[in-house]
Design a protein around this ligand. Structure first.
Ligand code: NAG
Ligand code: NAG
Ligand code: NAG
Ligand code: NAG
Ligand code: NAG
Ligand code: NAG
Ligand code: NAG
Ligand code: NAG
Length: 564
């Protein structure tokens, strides 16, 4: 092999050291990393982490609801919220949202003026969080949060001049190729609409009868709230609710296809809450011209009647044990069912940078809703979608010590950890509840790949050779990285879109395995990989993505790139 030392063009070389950070593995008394391990980052962040979104400045916007009384963190001076209609607390000087700094493990309170309970959100192409809906005074509210890495004093903005056209409580969002965001469903809202509200096309709403047909009629059952949305590579939208799913052209309001009903009696959406991911889109070998296949995977849920039994009689049925995979780009797709090691309702499914899926949080019995579940599942499960004909694809991982039941959440963060917080199955903050007190703590799950035994295989990114860290559609760009023990053929480049996660659904979560054009050695332990940016807006909607180098299955820390 020729050892070519290639000088990096300094104009294009953007040093990214300050944009990612080392994973600090300084766990006392940590005897094993088999199956990963857990670290409690904060005993209390002052609020329960019902909703989470990672931002491009390595901070996480976290928020809960506002209408139950005081939280455990005060607002900064003069920011108290007075609401004469709030039954619990009319003058509230506590915060119901925080900004958590991943690099420093610190946080500061943020100010929500209206109730964002059970709402939805998505990042806009410029990396702001556009958050939609909530409860009562928040039903039609639009809010935005724009990162401010320079001064770190930014706060929520309530966009009072731009209301949603319909009430959005338990709705789901997906960013579209145009950069606009579709907001689908919500309690008694059998419609969808687009945000931001800055043009005529976004000024009203559209009916979607599918949302009415999939709703179960019993009081509180519904079983189709927080519908699962996934933007497919052809630009159409996959929508799943209850047990059914459609391929939908949101421009013409046409259902293009009805997919087969998922096998089994289990219902999969709130309150019979399952989770859903679009499995990694593999762009290698497509020569930038063909579209990748797309496969959806849905795990967990609850049996018919589970909500009513839990809600009225406190009988907690065993949850679903199954996952279903549907290759939606096939001409005749069929669900392929697999069995998880344990039953699980309210799971979170997080795509790891190496293309595996981690299933964590939730309970073995009951459903979502207050006081409606029992038997927390403490063990996360690893699922390796790429293992062909090799079962089981599931592997039990190191257990958490904190139950994460209703109103908990989990997100992948740029250093490859999974941030896990929340859990409050009660109407108010109840720290004495036994056995499931309101959880204000924040944990990190360290997947096995972060263990020291992988140090020599773990790549670290030195620089992205792309102006302003921008990956332009269809264009090649290079990434320079270091790795001690290089394995030929072992380099992958992945882009991961950070999700808005709540109620077990990671909205906008998306992982692309990019086409690698070539890898060359440029220095001792130094390599340069050339990859092709995603081919189209539908394959990768515009915005900020975490770019990881994966070497021999071990991911680097991420660098943020903007796809546009
Ligand atoms: C580690 O173990 C020692 C001895 O058992 C104990 O004193 C110490 O508190 C432990 N540290 C942590 C962080 O758990
Ligand atoms: C919340 O605040 C109360 C009152 O200050 C305190 O007693 C309690 O320990 C706090 N709870 C948690 C979980 O931090
Ligand atoms: C909202 O509308 C009011 C009155 O039309 C206007 O004065 C104000 O500037 C607008 N605010 C924003 C943020 O656009
Ligand atoms: C939706 O339908 C319109 C009209 O037929 C078509 O122009 C558009 O390409 C379709 N969208 C997708 C993503 O196929
Ligand atoms: C991606 O596709 C390429 C080409 O078909 C294949 O060789 C590779 O194994 C795939 N990777 C994964 C992770 O599925
Ligand atoms: C890749 O696409 C280019 C045109 O975009 C074509 O010239 C070339 O033959 C294709 N290569 C393969 C292997 O399909
Ligand atoms: C959970 O379900 C199993 C199977 O039906 C049942 O045996 C068990 O008692 C249930 N647990 C609780 C806490 O309800
Ligand atoms: C890169 O970013 C700078 C600062 O925001 C801007 O002035 C410049 O035009 C950008 N360059 C390109 C090619 O987009």
């Amino acid at each position: 092999m020729a050892f070519k030392i290639k000088k990096l063009p300094s104009f294009f070389l953007i040093l990214v050291q300050s944009m990612f950070f080392e994973v600090v593995i300084s766990i006392e008394n940590c005897t094993t990393t088999k199956g990963g391990h857990w670290v409690e980052l904060q005993r209390s962040i002052g609020i329960s982490a019902m909703h989470m979104q990672v931002m491009y400045d390595n901070k996480v916007v976290i928020f809960d609801r506002t209408d139950f009384g005081p939280s455990n963190i005060s607002l900064s001076h003069h920011r108290c919220r007075f609401n004469p209609h709030d039954l619990a607390l009319k003058l509230d000087c506590t915060a119901h949202s925080i900004l958590y700094d991943l690099s420093h493990n610190t946080l500061r309170p943020l100010t929500l003026r209206t109730d964002a309970w059970c709402s939805s959100g998505a990042l806009t192409p410029d990396g702001s969080l556009l958050q939609t809906g909530g409860f009562n005074d928040g039903y039609t509210t639009l809010r935005s949060f724009t990162p401010c890495p320079q001064h770190n004093t930014c706060d929520w903005r309530e966009l009072r001049n731009h209301s949603l056209s319909n009430s959005r409580w338990y709705s789901s969002n997906q960013i579209l190729p145009s950069g606009k965001i579709i907001v689908v469903g919500g309690r008694n809202s059998f419609t969808y609409e687009f945000v931001p509200k800055n043009d005529v096309a976004s000024s009203s709403f559209h009916y979607l009868p599918f949302l009415k047909h999939t709703r179960d009629p019993n009081r509180g059952e519904e079983n189709n709230l927080y519908p699962f949305l996934h933007l497919l590579p052809d630009g159409n939208l996959f929508i799943f609710a209850n047990r059914n799913s459609i391929l939908f052209n949101f421009t013409t309001n046409k259902v293009l296809r009805n997919f087969p009903t998922i096998p089994g009696q289990e219902k999969r959406n709130y309150p019979s809450t399952a989770s859903s991911v679009l499995l990694p889109l593999n762009l290698t070998g497509l020569n930038g011209t063909r579209l990748p296949d797309a496969e959806i995977m849905i795990c967990g849920g609850a049996y018919p009647g589970a909500f009513s039994l839990a809600n009225t009689l406190k009988i907690f049925l065993e949850a679903s044990r199954t996952c279903g995979r549907l290759r939606v780009t096939d001409s005749n797709p069929v669900w392929v069912m697999e069995t998880m090691p344990t039953p699980r309702v309210m799971p979170d499914m997080v795509l790891l940078p190496n293309g595996n899926v981690i299933i964590l949080n939730g309970a073995m019995n009951g459903t979502a809703g207050w006081e409606n579940a029992a038997n927390p599942v403490l063990h996360p499960v690893l699922y390796r979608p790429g293992l062909v004909d090799q079962f089981p694809r599931f592997q039990l991982l190191a257990p958490a010590s904190t139950p994460r039941m209703y109103h908990s959440s989990a997100v992948l963060v740029p250093d490859g950890r999974v941030l896990v917080g929340g859990s409050n199955p009660h109407r108010v903050y109840d720290f004495r509840a036994n056995p499931y007190p309101t959880e204000l703590s924040l944990d990190a799950y360290y997947p096995e790949y972060l263990g020291t035994e992988f140090d020599s295989l773990r790549p670290s990114i030195v620089a992205v050779e792309a102006t302003n860290n921008t990956a332009s559609y269809g264009k090649v760009f290079a990434v320079n990285f270091l790795v001690r023990e290089y394995r030929v053929g072992g380099v992958g480049v992945t882009l991961v879109a950070p999700s808005f996660t709540t109620h077990s659904f990671a909205m906008n979560q998306r992982l692309l395995l990019l086409e690698v054009v070539g890898v060359e050695q440029v220095a001792p332990s130094g390599y340069r990989v050339v990859a092709r940016a995603p081919p189209s807006l539908a394959v990768a909607p515009p915005g900020f993505y975490m770019l990881f180098i994966v070497h021999a299955g071990v991911p680097s820390g991420a660098v943020w790139v903007q796809v546009k």
